[in-house]
Design a protein around this ligand. Structure first.
Ligand code: GLP
Length: 236
């Protein structure tokens, strides 16, 4: 690309980013390629390349024959130890839960190991579909040792699990977490209202209270189209 085209594409990109940031709501249509080309005195090719880049970054999506549209914002996740409810509220979204169930089961090898208890020790398994403004974005399994959480949590699970635990002297302080890429099996995909085998993040967390007790082992499947991880990283 020559220097002039480069200047135009940088201006066009800035313009589109500011439209996406301030003026366009998710799924609003962007101006047509032709009108952008005219407005910026750029070639259609330059406009297309700028839009291609925004599409790769997940800022816009295209519908053949109908145009380019603003994507839903991804919900950026910080590495602070936060709850789902806090994450959503920080982004101006209303957290919620659907299809909440709780059951007592033996921990099994993986959960028992993570929680530092016997595989035969009992845990409370809480399963929830987490929503943001009513839209399902995460399927969450939490396992809590029955020795620490002997009662049922009932209605409290419609709100924040972490607030409920804090109310029982189990405030969480630290967590170990791994994040891997995966795809959603058909049943999970249906609950998250996406196509079978859509990409997802699998977040595995073991969370500890201030006394160092492992309180929660959680497996969360986040829709990859609605979630991103944001880190602040430092260098000495
Ligand atoms: C995040 C964590 C889960 C945790 C949940 C608690 O989603 N990945 O491990 O169970 O937060 O969220 P809340 O307090 O909103 O129920």
């Amino acid at each position: 690309m020559n220097e002039e085209a480069e200047g135009k594409s940088a201006r066009l990109r800035r313009h589109l980013l500011s439209l996406l940031g301030d003026e366009l709501a998710p799924h609003d249509r962007l101006p047509t390629e032709r009108s952008l080309a005219e407005e910026f005195g750029a070639s259609r090719l330059t406009v297309r390349l700028v839009l291609d880049q925004l599409e790769r970054e997940g800022r816009v999506y295209r519908v053949q024959g109908s145009g380019t549209f603003a994507s839903e914002p991804r919900i950026a996740k910080s590495v602070e130890l936060t709850s789902f409810s806090e994450d959503m509220r920080a982004r101006g979204l209303r957290p919620g839960s659907l299809a909440v169930t709780e059951e007592r089961i033996p921990a099994g090898a993986e959960v028992g190991y993570a929680l530092g208890i016997s595989p035969s020790a009992e845990v409370l398994h809480v399963r929830r579909v987490r929503t943001a403004d009513g839209e399902p974005i995460c399927l969450e399994h939490s396992y809590l040792p029955s020795a620490l959480v002997p009662g049922t949590l009932g209605e409290a699970l419609r709100g924040s699990l972490y607030e409920e635990l804090a109310g029982h002297g189990l405030a969480l302080r630290r967590a170990e977490q791994t994040i891997r890429a995966t795809v959603l099996d058909p049943a999970d995909a249906r609950e998250l209202r996406v196509a079978a085998f859509s990409p997802a993040f699998l977040v595995q967390r073991t969370a500890y209270d201030a006394r160092g007790r492992a309180v929660e082992r959680a497996l969360s499947l986040y829709r990859a189209d609605r979630y991103s991880y944001e880190l602040t990283i430092y260098r000495d």
